[in-house]
Design a protein around this ligand. Structure first.
Ligand code: FDA
Length: 378
């Protein structure tokens, strides 16, 4: 074995694929029973509808190197992501755009008129000197739009009143003064034609790559554990950085999600893939309906059943899956302390969203794995 990779997510598999192609013998371990990390998907058994197990994953990138690389393993559909939100029983398009504003104010504002309305209502606070998230939100888009679309949704995401959240949680709230409601602005977007798992399996399919699942790096009873491997073989570690150092500098905080999946005896539940719920009265933040991610599969998906998933957000305990870094002042100080420890680890390379404690989209995880390979490991 020339390289041990801890974690079979996009970061770990990208490094594994590059190393194998360069002739290295690679071992990949993951404590889960499947590859793919959080991008893993599988068919719901009774309907055959592909479900993203750890929350909806939409691929998008403007990075030509990443786009060329990912196309070696999969083709992409022409899916374009759009999100809607239900506020007081009325559905509005997101991100906030001219359509949202005109529907909300029951008006036909031109782009300039809408800009003026937003600017005027945002006068109440100066976004730059805001003391909390609420003041910043109002300072950016004005009270009416903030209260309708941001306040309660944010409170549900963070289980915290936005007046008690630091202003830095949001730096900007994009408002589009056109009717364009494409969710992403990237050059390329789409979904893997035959699913995420087929894509991820093709990345791992190389005679130089061996994958062992259900193996925890910190389990001393298995041979590939931390104490037996560090210093013996180069290691790429994509698990949580605080766990690696046994929480020596404290636990970094994360938010997690709970998913409630249901198969419904109805052909189409909500007419779109993602519906947010903006109000406090509804406990979940959004509902995914997976068949809408693949309209091109209409002939093979059932017409009388559908799979939906309600998503709830909360702070993570150590036992939960870490999804989004919280990033309090304490977390930032902890991360700096961990970075100093990382520098002292000989031939252990920390990468991915858990290893670096930052939210990374898939294209960013793949891009940074390609850089780690060519700059540090090749
Ligand atoms: P990832 O978490 O995927 O993989 C790390 C792996 O390490 C896991 O499989 C884990 O089991 C393993 N591991 C950890 N500790 C271990 C140990 N001790 N021993 C062995 N194995 C261990 N991106 C995007 O581009 N579009 C999108 O729509 C979304 N949507 C989205 C929704 C949600 C809810 C989340 C949380 C994230 C997204 N993402 C996304 C981001 C995407 O999931 C992310 O970019 C990739 O998962 C990053 O891949 P990594 O390999 O870094 O981590």
């Amino acid at each position: 074995m020339d390289l041990l990779i801890v974690g079979a997510g996009f970061f770990g598999l990208t490094v594994a694929e590059r190393a194998a192609a360069a002739g290295r013998k690679v071992m990949v371990i993951d404590r889960r029973h499947h590859i793919g990390g959080n991008a893993y998907s599988e068919d719901e058994p009774t309907t055959g509808i592909e479900v993203h197990r750890y929350g909806a994953h939409l691929f998008h990138t403007s990075n030509p190197t990443v786009w060329e690389y990912v196309n070696r393993f999969t083709t992409f559909t022409s899916y374009v992501h759009k999100v809607y939100t239900n506020h007081h029983g009325v559905v509005f398009p997101l991100p906030i755009n001219l359509g949202t504003i005109n529907q909300f104010f029951q008006a036909a504002f031109t782009p300039d008129e809408a800009r003026a309305i937003v600017r005027e209502s945002a006068d109440e606070f100066d976004a730059k000197s805001a003391r909390n998230l609420e003041e910043r939100g109002i300072g950016l888009i004005g009270r009416p739009l903030y209260e309708a679309f941001i306040r309660d949704y944010t409170a549900k995401q963070w289980q915290t009143d936005p007046r008690d959240l630091p202003a830095e949680v949001i730096s900007r709230l994009p408002v589009r003064y056109t009717y364009d409601n494409r969710y992403f602005n990237d050059t390329w977007e789409g979904l893997p034609t035959d699913g995420y798992t087929a894509w991820l399996e093709r990345m791992a399919d190389h005679p130089n790559i061996e994958v062992k699942l259900g193996v925890d790096y910190f389990d001393d009873t298995q041979p590939l554990h931390k104490r037996a491997t560090v210093g013996q073989v180069p290691v790429v570690y994509t698990g949580p950085v605080d766990r690696y150092f046994d929480y020596a500098e404290g636990a970094l905080s994360w938010r997690t999600l709970d998913f409630e999946e249901e198969v419904l005896e109805v052909g189409d539940f909500q007419g779109t893939s993602v519906m947010n719920y903006a109000d406090a009265e509804v406990p979940y933040t959004r509902i995914h309906e997976f068949k809408h991610f693949h309209p091109e599969r209409a002939d093979r998906y059932p017409t009388d059943r559908t799979v939906i998933m309600r998503e709830y957000s909360r702070f993570a305990t150590r036992e939960d899956e870490p999804y989004y870094p919280v990033g309090t002042a304490e977390d930032r100080a902890g991360l700096l302390a961990y970075r100093r420890l990382v520098e002292g680890e000989h031939d252990v390379h920390f990468g991915g969203r858990l290893g670096t404690y930052q939210y990374l989209d898939m294209h960013m995880a793949i891009g940074s794995a390609l850089s780690m390979w060519s700059n540090r490991l090749a």
